[in-house]
Design a binder for this molecule. Structure first.
Ligand code: NAD
Length: 481
């Protein structure tokens, strides 16, 4: 999309700050207006195209994502830092979502129900909503946009996408892929930039729905504006996810689980394990084993095959992590690994932070409560299952959760009692599959779910139709009773 002025921003490799990937336009209000007006115009024909025909285009997009998977993974890694084995998974999620959305276009089921009158038929079916504004974070630069954009398009909506200012290149490739797949002009539009472009999109009267993924603080602001403007708004926000380990668990498995949950994507996942709750009997030994294993995590540029953990996204995020570690120390936290250790060699060129573990973390401490979004794990001790669940629930967020236990009763109690949108049994807090509902409760969400069939609820309205073929005036609730 052409920009109406010259302002640009730099896209910087977080593993090597000297590597400037490119400059991208800082879209102006005029650009946002232009994008929305193209999307509004394109809606007229796209919304009337038979849904399975839209599905054919999405299937083709899945094929192109597959063809470009390796190339795109390297682009994403260079742009946002996580190792290539993770970015490959990110793209696979978009591939799965594209094929799922394509098949769903043949299954956008409505309901029929009997009428209370004779010679009358009641039907209901889904209709698209209009122009959707999609605003996302950078940590899943392809997967998260795909969860929103592909179902939105499948349902007959058109889209204006505002990716994070930290992952514009991935968004550009996303647009190239949809274009090659045959998405008609104006159906999918991208604007670039920061919160200013995002809020112009939210404010635009012709944007009928906002799909947002990002921090709770931004999400709440967007929800307020959408409320005032009577727009549908689906929010996926922050998390402070807990993994519980009971003494009867497979402890080796639980250890692997927490290492992946806490330090995968350098802790920068909404579903990252940032709190580990251990039953008292295994507390000391488990921590010792955890330190040994976490010490060996190999930091580095995610483009190197041996790298296990990449950098954090930018210097602002690095400073935020350091700030939380400082607060934790001031509040009496005991740091047993990492914590502002010097970064040397190649990593000194990037935003690297070593895996960090605080133990004996109590509920009143800031690192127990607030989302850090970095490789910092808080460990707390629980005296019983009930105590562990109480600790897990003492949190403003409610996205993901996990329990490792060999006791089936404990597992079912946890499923019932943990306050979170997602609960894993004997698996870490990360690992969503594209065809299952995804989202959180409490401070994480506002009642919608992406992923699977529930995404199609977000992007459609219901139309109810009564067909009266009696030839007479039949008054509901009056003539029959
Ligand atoms: P952020 O809230 O700073 O930014 C998210 C997006 O919103 C960006 O595109 C940004 O430019 C835009 N934005 C910022 N201010 C805006 C405004 N006033 N109006 C409209 N748009 C605005 O979040 P971030 O730091 O990029 O991402 C990290 C956060 O995202 C973490 O809290 C993480 O938990 C969350 N996240 C949640 C999920 C989920 O599914 N629940 C998934 C990934 C990330």
């Amino acid at each position: 999309m052409p920009t109406s002025h010259e302002l640009t921003f730099e896209n910087i490799n977080p593993a090597d700050r000297d590597d400037i990937i490119g400059t991208f336009p800082l879209s102006s209000i005029d650009d946002v207006n232009l994008a929305v007006s193209s999307a509004k115009q394109a809606y007229v024909t796209w919304s009337k195209m038979p849904a399975p025909k839209r599905g054919d285009i999405l299937r083709k997009a899945g094929d192109i994502f597959t063809r470009r998977k390796d190339e795109l993974a390297r682009i994403m890694t260079r742009e946002m830092g996580k190792p290539v084995f993770e970015t490959l998974g990110d793209i696979q999620e978009a591939i799965d979502t594209a094929y799922y959305a394509a098949t769903e276009t043949r299954r956008l089921f409505g309901y029929t129900a009997p009428s209370e009158m004779e010679n009358k038929m009641n039907l209901s079916f889904r209709t698209p909503i209009g122009v959707c504004g999609i605003i996302t974070a950078w940590n899943f630069p392809i997967a998260v946009p795909s969860w929103k954009i592909l179902p939105a398009l499948a349902c007959g909506n058109t889209v204006v996408f505002k990716p994070s200012e930290d992952s514009p290149h991935s968004a550009q490739i996303f647009a190239e892929i949809l274009e090659e797949a045959g998405i008609p002009k104006g159906v999918f539009n991208v604007i670039y930039g920061d919160g200013l472009a995002g809020s112009a999109l939210v404010e635009h009267p012709d944007v009928k729905l906002i799909g947002f993924t990002g921090s709770t603080i931004t999400g709440k602001k967007i929800a307020e504006r959408c409320g005032a403007m009577n727009k549908r708004c689906s929010l996926e926000m922050g998390g402070k996810n807990a993994q519980i380990v009971m003494a009867d668990a497979n402890l080796d498995l639980a250890l692997d689980g927490v290492l992946w949950g806490a330090f995968g994507t350098a802790g920068q996942r909404c579903t990252a394990t940032s709190r580990l709750i251990l039953q008292a009997d295994i507390y000391d030994q488990f921590i010792n084993d955890l330190i040994t294993k976490a010490t060996n995590i190999k930091l580095g540029n995610g483009l190197n095959e041996s790298t296990q953990m990449g950098p954090v996204i930018n210097t602002k995020q690095l400073d935020k992590i350091k700030g939380y570690v400082k607060i934790a120390r001031e509040e009496g936290g005991i740091c047993v690994l990492g914590g502002d250790e010097e970064i040397s060699g190649e990593c000194a060129k990037g935003n690297f932070y070593k895996p960090t573990i605080f133990i004996d973390v109590t509920e009143d401490m800031t690192i127990f409560k607030e989302e850090i979004f970095g490789p910092v794990l808080s460990v707390s001790k629980a005296t019983s299952l009930e105590h562990a669940i109480e600790l897990a629930n003492n949190c403003e967020y409610g996205l993901s959760s996990s329990i490792f236990t060999g006791n089936v009763d404990a597992a079912f109690r946890a499923i019932r009692d943990i306050e979170a949108g997602i609960t894993y049994i004997n698996a870490p807090t990360i690992g969503a599959e594209a065809h299952m509902p995804f989202g959180g409760i409490k401070g994480t969400g506002n009642g919608h779910r992406e992923g699977g069939w529930t995404a199609f609820e977000i992007f459609t309205e219901w139309k109810t139709v009564y067909v009266d073929y009696s030839g007479s005036l039949q008054r509901a609730q009056i003539d029959n009773y």
